[in-house]
Each structure stands twice: as C-alpha cells, then as structure tokens.
Write a protein that binds this ligand. Structure first.
Ligand code: NAP
Length: 500
C-alpha cells in the first residue's frame, strides 16, 4: 500500500511485475484511500507455481494437525490485536460503518478459532468389512492448491471463510480479493506471515478479475477454486475450470424473500411481534445499504396487514441516518462505488417503468454533506409482482420490493418462485406454521423470527443459482479435503480367481 509491495508470492512481498498500481477509492467521499499494486496474469501464474511447490514439497500439508491448529489460533490472536486497524481499513474501503467492520473482524476471528478446533477432532473413519484381516480406513487429505476469489461487500469475512478451512485442511492457496476492496486482505496477509505460516502456503494477488481470471481459473496446477461473487462471474469461472475438471465451489447472489404473516400483529396479553417484525425486515434489507448477498429484498406480506406494515416500514426507513462509516452517528454508509450506485439507480428507474409503486426513497440523499459519496436512499416499492425484473434480479442496493399473499400456500409458492435460493426469513407467531414454512422453502438458510444471523459452526450456501458449495461448518472444511479409502490386508493370501 502506498509504495510498499502488496503482492505476496512464495513468502516474499513484491510489486506487480509491470509495476502497475490501482487507486482504491473511499466511497464515503470519493477520495483516494490508498494506492496498491495491481497484479498481472504472470504474477498470478507465479503465485500458483509458488502454491504448487509449497504443496508438493511441504511441509504444510504434512504438518501435524495440532500445529496447524495452533497457527490458526495465532492468526485469531493477531486479528484481535489488530482489530481496530483492520476495521478502519474495511470501513475506508467498503464504506460500511465502523461498528459493522468491528463485528466483521470478530466474525473473522471466530472462523479461525472454529476451524482450529474442528481440525483437531476431524477424525479418520474405520469401515468394518466383515473380515478381521482387513483394515479399511477412510482418510481426509488436503485437496491441494486452492484459488480463493472473494467479493467486495464483506472483503475479509468472505476471504476468511475460505482461508481458514483451507489452512486447517493443509492446503496451499492463492487469494484474490476484489480489486475494489483489497486493503484488509493485504493487512491480513501480513498477519498470516507473522503467525508463522510457511512461505508459499498463502499467496496474495490483487487485481482485476477480468485480467487475472483466466490465469487463475484455467491452470492445471490448481486443484480447487472457491469463488464468492455474482452469478455471471460464477458461471464464467465454472466454464473456465471445466477443461481441467477442476473442482469449483461457487457462492453466488440471492433474491431473498422475507415472509410476514398477519399473526405478528395479534395482541396477546399486551404483546405482539409487530415491532420486531418491522425492525427485522428493515434491518434485513437496508443493513450495509443492501449490499448483502442474504439481504431480505423481497417482502412477502399477508394482504390483511400489508398497508399498515409498509407504512410502518417506510416511516422507519426515512429515519435511517446515512453518513461516513467513520462517524459513530452513521447507521449505514454509501454504496461501494459510483459505478455501483449507477446500477442501483437504473434498477429504480426500471421498477418505476415496470409499474411498481414507489413508497419512499428512489433518489440520492439531499444532504450536501453526502454529495461527494455514493449514497442512495433506502427505497421501497409496493404492489410488485413476479413479472417484474426488479423482483427477480439481485439489485444489491437498498431496494425493497413488496408482494402480498392471502394464504400459507401462496406465501410458500412466492418465496420459492426465484431462480436463487440463498436465504429466507419467516415471521409468524405460530411456531408450527413457522417450522412448516421453513421446511418448505428451498433456500440454504431460513431465519424464523430473526434475520441475518449465522455462526461459523453452521453451513452457509445456496440452493439453485445461489451456488453449489457450502462454507462454514464441517462441510466448509470438507470442501478443502479429498477423501481416500485405504484398504489394508494384514494377512495377504492369493486372490484365487484365476485358476491356471
Ligand atoms: P463479482 O463481480 O462476481 O466479483 C467477485 C470476485 O470475482 C471479485 O474478486 C472479482 O474481481 C472476481 N472476478 C471478476 N471476474 C472474474 C473472472 N472472469 N475470473 C475470476 N475472477 C473474477 O461480484 P462482486 O460484485 O464483487 O460481489 C457481489 C456479488 O457477490 C453479489 O452477487 C453477492 O450476492 C455475491 N455474494 C455472495 C455471497 C454468498 O455467500 N453467497 C457473499 C457475498 C457476496 P474484481 O472485483 O477485481 O473484478
């Protein structure tokens, strides 16, 4: 950053081979937050070669599990030591509030702690084949060289869901953060080095996905590609990797329904779930200005309460305090870039032209203090339906669409009527109905009377076009492992099949 070398290849910090750099923009005010090295395809190829050598020649893949776990714990300690600095970088880079960035760094830490614990207990499996002379053992081995590609909305968090299990499994890797938000991953890689991860195990190249993509995804030296990002990029990477039959896991976008039943308004002994429902729908869609893969962007609300619910939401949306993420008074920051705001604005125009009813937002904020940042007002469209692109496509901005239903079956049908399947929310005061609907929804995570929470110990991933892998939990480790069956005959004798 700012003159220091930012690429980390084979245990050495270096500049880009063509000395190219990129300006990293602070979306809160349009200023240049940093200048970083911008890797070339040759740099990406060198990083893959370094990871290949580190895997084939060791020692990391064969390092004792307890020692690998200790390194992960050291990384977790260092993340906490540098939490404030990492949080500041994340906020400067993404625009999200400092409070959110601090939570992100705590979550990153918990992922390293979780995989340090899990690898210590992940055991081989003995299979009883009915012959005491045969020892049949199923073992887990590191899959090899991994390419890890992360998006800009949760830069270090998404990268940690890949790096932590990859390190735990004994893999070597090349990490590529988004060109828009590389700062926290660069700082993190310094911590990886400080924690004692051997040279070549973790390599870092940042730069444009369009430029580096081919080198990263078509190399026969790569054993696994883990990608988080948009649907179109995920499909491109899957096609690029197909010729080498390289394993690919893609975590993609979402168009996530949040279903609200009328019983949240039922007053039982002076209490109803109304306020919590309004609050969670609001937070679910407008946190981080909607730049969340699991954002609850489709409100599907029971007709009998719809008007009141949308009014209550709009009133709350209009009080959200936007501002620079560094300001503790800010509740949400800007969109990540001018380019991204232009995309969000085009979706708002599309919604209007499709006949959706604009209830609030639909514009940049008028506050002159926000004029230099890429801010956009929380926006609600009512009277939407599935024929509208604004309901079908991921806008990745602060846009909520409202659809209405009259019975449970219709709510489920609408909730599943999407090509995506990442996450969904259900709000009801009837626990049996809640469980029924949660089971019927074809989404990788369902929140019942809650929204947005996850834990390192539970799997994360999507149905349908939201992806095909799983991160976090035991499955998130298994992605980075090969399964080998070792059949050991301890009393060998001729097979006796051929008689001659
Ligand atoms: P993106 O444009 O698809 O980019 C994601 C990453 O892929 C970036 O590092 C990008 O690099 C890189 N890339 C772009 N083209 C590539 C290519 N041809 N080959 C290899 N890499 C390439 O997505 P984004 O806009 O950064 O992120 C937003 C998307 O991520 C949304 O759709 C969101 O829903 C999804 N997301 C999903 C999850 C999940 O858990 N399912 C979590 C977070 C985000 P550059 O940035 O340098 O172009």
């Amino acid at each position: 950053m700012d003159g220091e070398p930012d690429l980390y290849i084979g245990g050495r910090w270096c500049h880009a081979s063509d000395r190219g750099t990129r300006d990293v923009v602070n979306p809160a005010d349009g200023s240049i937050a940093a200048v970083v090295d911008e890797a070339t395809p040759d740099d990406a190829t060198a990083a893959i070669a370094a990871a290949r050598a580190a895997f084939d020649d060791g020692p990391w893949p064969d390092t004792a599990v307890a020692e690998r776990a200790a390194v992960l714990d050291r990384i977790a300690d260092l993340l906490q030591r540098d939490k404030e600095e990492l949080s500041l970088l994340e906020t400067r880079d993404t625009g999200k509030t400092l409070a959110e960035s601090r939570i992100d760094i705590d979550d990153v830490t918990s992922v390293f702690r979780y995989y340090a614990r899990l690898i210590a207990v992940a055991a081989d499996r003995l299979v009883d084949v009915g012959d005491p002379a045969i020892v049949s053992r199923v073992v887990r081995e590191p899959i090899g060289v991994c390419v890890l590609i992360a998006p800009w909305n949760y830069p270090l968090l998404q990268m940690s869901w890949k790096v932590a299990p990859a390190l735990a499994a004994g893999c070597t890797m090349v990490a590529k953060p988004s060109e828009v938000t590389p700062l926290s991953t660069i700082a993190f890689t310094h911590l990886v080095e400080e924690a004692g991860v051997p040279a070549g195990v973790v390599n870092l190249v940042q730069g444009s996905g369009a430029v580096l993509g081919e080198a990263l995804t078509t190399s026969a030296d790569v054993d696994f590609i883990s990608f988080t990002g948009g649907l179109a990029t995920g499909a491109t990477i899957s096609r690029a990797a197909a010729d080498n039959v390289t394993k690919v896991a893609v975590e993609l976008g979402g168009k996530n329904p949040h279903i609200v039943f009328a019983d949240v308004a039922t007053d039982v002994a002076g209490h109803s779930d109304w306020d919590a429902a309004v609050d969670h729908v609001l937070t679910g869609v407008f946190l981080h200005s909607g730049q969340v893969c699991s954002a609850g962007t489709r409100l599907i609300v029971e007709e009998s309460i719809a008007d009141d619910f949308v009014s209550a939401l709009a009133a709350r949306a209009e009080t959200i305090r936007m501002g620079d993420g560094m300001d503790p008074a800010s509740e949400t920051g800007p969109l990540v870039s001018e380019q991204h705001r232009a995309k969000v604005e085009s979706y708002v125009q599309l919604g209007i032209s499709e006949g959706a009813k604009l209830i609030t937002g639909g514009a940049r904020p008028s506050d002159p203090a926000l004029a230099d940042g890429s801010f956009y007002l929380p926006t609600i469209f009512d009277h939407c339906d599935r024929s509208m692109r604004i309901v079908q496509e991921e806008t990745f901005g602060p846009i909520l669409t409202v659809e209405r239903f009259t019975d449970e079956a219709e709510a489920i049908r609408l909730g599943n009527d999407t090509e995506y399947g990442l996450a969904a929310g259900v709000r009801t005061s009837d626990p049996a109905r809640g469980q029924r609907v949660a089971r019927a929804l074809r989404h990788g995570t369902v929140w019942l009377n809650d929204f947005g929470y996850y834990t390192a110990a539970a799997e994360w991933g999507g149905y349908g076009k939201s992806g095909n892998g799983r991160e976090l939990g035991p499955s998130g480790l298994a992605e980075y492992q090969e399964t080998k069956h070792i059949w050991h005959n301890t009393a060998p004798a001729p097979a006796g099949w051929f008689k001659g």
